[in-house]
Design a protein around this ligand. Sequence first.
Ligand SMILES: C[S@@+](CC[C@H](N)C(=O)[O-])C[C@H]1O[C@@H](n2cnc3c(N)ncnc32)[C@H](O)[C@@H]1O
Length: 211
Amino acid sequence: MADANRDTRASQRDLVRRGYDAISRAYRNDEGRTDAETEDGTERYKGWVDELAQLIPPPARVLDLGCGAGVPATKLMTDKGFDVLGLDISAVQIERARRIVPTATFQQADMVTWEHEPASFDAVVSFYALIHVPLEDQRNLLPKIRSWLRPAGYLLAIVGAERRTGVEDYYGPRCSGTTPTEPRTSFGSPRLGSCLSGTASCPRAALVTRW
Ligand SMILES: C[S@@+](CC[C@H](N)C(=O)[O-])C[C@H]1O[C@@H](n2cnc3c(N)ncnc32)[C@H](O)[C@@H]1O
């Protein structure tokens, strides 16, 4: 049966791509920090990477799906000795990642349509990226992720806990005392990008799976 919604989902993913092209630097600086302390502070990533290293010791090969600008996760993993391929749909994110983490390898691609040979990675990680992928695409993607993993490989991912579809203006990282859609006073122009789309799912849950 023809997939009637395929074009719609492709345009949703493209909206996310344009959004991250626009907000890359506002989302994280070159050190991987947002300007505000959030619950998803960079310390949390360090804990995840430490945990991963206990499960699969470096120099294991890791795929970082939706790696952003390579910070903090790709850099932390590379510094730890992992052999990391970072993949992101945004050309701006990938251009920054190549500069910030020159020892990792990066590809600009849509994880939904990306093809790769099977059994190539010891682990796949995806931090806050699957949540941007339309749910039907996530369903199709998970078996592909599994195929990219070597036997007994790990998937470490932030996944959505409930369905949510929305497109919001992005004014920079959340500050205490503000809601995500209120402008941050430190920016000259509050409107940094209007294309950040949560097309799939919202509140986050951490998932670790061994396949
Ligand atoms: C919230 S950011 C997280 C970036 C990084 N993982 C981090 O934790 O800082 C989401 C990233 O996922 C990327 N992304 C979203 N949809 C994607 C897709 N379909 N394929 C590849 N990357 C995607 C975005 O471009 C963006 O860089």
